[in-house]
Design a protein around this ligand. Structure first.
Ligand SMILES: Nc1ncnc2c1ncn2[C@@H]1O[C@H](COP(=O)(O)OP(=O)(O)OP(=O)(O)O)[C@@H](O)[C@H]1O
Ligand SMILES: [Mg+2]
Length: 491
């Protein structure tokens, strides 16, 4: 089924940022328009008042010659009426006489239609240099003759320029303010969302085993969620513990019966039914090993608990496995490496390493070396032997449960499957490769996550994608030198 495209971004931060941005943009566009139209109204009103005063001044300064022609006693007080093309114009008309015009209007005329009312009338009308706001009124002449028509006009562009200059300043100022608000809004958002990052880290710590439960001290909105999570963890822990206990009990009962069966079969093996008894013994051992496998799987919780300290955990395992193969004279060498704490349960680590070391001990001719190193978030452990090795084409196949290449050494083909299964539950990985020095033998690379303080937790698949780098130790195990001063060295 085709996935429907998400209408919103997945990140809460991005959502908040977008919401803040839209909110601020919408708010400021609205504020911008309202302020601009308010200012236009005020400026227009101011122009209106000013021109009305000028019109009254024009009327007061108008005189008539003995022939009745209008003239001005003196120029208007605003000098712009004298500057040609200034955008400020006046005109006085009287029927039967040439119109009187301001010096600013060497050509063109104002529409006298507006000046036929006794009160001031204004409207937008064509003027000498484009549309003008024209004001006019008519007044009776002192000589009792035809009325005088007074007109005053201002280019509309002058009003528009004043408003446009204001709009520009307003736009700049609002943009700055919006930027400031967006910045502070983003800071507030980061502060508010910080507990979510902490929540993610706390959950990861529980998942990777460096913490057993979620820590305390959360904001009131998150506290209930954390409490629920802790309840869930407790319930899961109880269920897992009970299941493990029951699996352990079952294994114990089966093992006891198996031991009795094996014992009986060994007695029978000394009699005439020797062959069948040997088969019985072999099958009992196989069942015991299968039990081990299933028990190991049941026990592994991929919860690291207190984790595992290396080299402390490596040394006793190497010593025990060396003892197990002492009959063949195989020597175990544990190299020196940095002390570290793996985010892996100690019993699970023992299960992993003893399976790998047991294989090495079984197939080595003379010696097995164990070395390790740490890098960002993970530890690399190499178990190197000088046995026959495994052909490259079969190095993956041997991980399948039940796969055995060489029947000469005893076994059931489960050890590698158990070890890899456990390692992967912790985000680790196991791979096989040939020796760096070209000699016969096998290098088993075990990568496991480091615990808290060791960096991020490893991801086996990401690690595997790094190819040959994946299994690199800062000090590769080239030749099997002597144990280098680790306390409890096995040789
Ligand atoms: N170090 C090694 N050198 C050579 N071959 C190996 C080595 N480790 C494993 N193998 C091969 O891989 C096979 C699978 O190993 P695995 O540990 O799964 O089973 P096993 O050792 O045969 O039995 P089990 O571990 O269940 O007792 C082995 O049978 C063997 O053929
Ligand atoms: Mg094995």
């Amino acid at each position: 089924m085709a996935r429907r495209a998400r209408p919103f971004p997945r990140s809460l931060r991005l959502r908040f940022a977008l919401a803040i941005l839209l909110w601020i943009a919408a708010g400021f566009v609205l504020i911008g328009f309202s302020l601009s139209s308010l200012v236009r109204r005020h400026v227009e009103a101011q122009f209106h008042d000013e021109l009305a005063v000028h019109l009254e001044e024009l009327a007061a300064l108008t005189r008539l010659t003995p022939e009745g022609a209008p003239y001005l006693d003196r120029p208007l007080s605003d000098p712009r009426y004298a500057m040609p093309g200034s955008g400020f114009y006046w005109q006085v008309e009287r029927e039967g006489h040439a119109p009187l015009r301001s010096g600013s209007m060497p050509q063109g005329t104002l529409d006298p239609e507006l000046a036929h009312q006794p009160h001031i009338v204004h409207r937008l009308a064509p003027g000498p240099t484009g549309p003008t706001m024209t004001y006019g009124f008519a007044a009776p002449a002192p000589d009792g003759g035809p009325e005088l028509h007074f007109l005053i006009a201002t280019d509309e562009r002058i009003l528009n320029e004043v408003i446009a200059a204001f709009d520009r300043d307003l736009g700049r100022w609002l943009a700055l303010l919006a930027l400031g608000l967006f910045g502070t809004g983003s800071l507030v958002m980061l502060y508010v969302l910080r507990p979510l990052d902490r929540l993610g880290r706390a959950i990861a710590a529980v998942r990777h085993g460096s913490a057993h439960r979620m820590e305390t001290g959360w904001p009131a909105e998150i506290e209930p969620l954390v409490d629920e999570l802790n309840e869930l963890l407790d319930t899961t822990d109880t269920m897992v513990s009970r299941a493990r206990l029951e699996a352990g009990n079952l294994a114990h009962h089966l093992r006891t019966s198996l031991a009795i069966l094996t014992d009986e079969a060994e007695t029978l093996a000394r009699g005439p039914a020797g062959d069948s008894a040997t088969t019985l013994i072999e099958q009992c051992r196989r069942i015991a090993r299968q039990l081990d496998w299933h028990l190991a799987r049941a026990r592994a919780g991929a919860r690291a608990g207190a984790g595992t300290a290396i080299p402390q955990a490596i040394l006793p395992i190497a010593t025990a496995i060396e003892r197990l193969h002492a009959g063949r004279g195989v020597r175990f060498v544990v190299g020196s490496g940095p002390a570290a704490r793996l985010a892996v349960d100690e019993a699970d680590f023992a299960e992993i390493l003893s399976n790998l070391a047991d294989n090495a001990g079984k197939w080595a001719r003379t010696q097995v070396a164990i070395a390790w190193g740490v890098r960002a978030g993970e530890a690399v452990i190499q178990i190197v032997d000088d046995g026959p090795g495994i052909p490259e084409a079969q190095r993956e196949a041997v991980f399948a449960a039940g796969t055995r290449l060489d029947e000469r050494a005893p076994g059931h083909g489960l050890g590698l499957a158990i070890a890899r299964d456990l390692a992967r539950r912790y985000g680790g990985e196991i791979r096989l490769r040939g020796r760096d020095d070209g000699e016969d033998g096998l290098v088993v690379c075990l990568v496991l996550p480091l615990g808290a303080g060791g960096g991020q937790v490893a991801d086996g698949r990401a690690a595997a994608a790094r190819g040959s780098e994946w299994c690199r130790l800062s000090e590769p195990v080239r030749n099997f030198g002597p144990c280098r001063g680790v306390s409890g060295c096995s040789n």
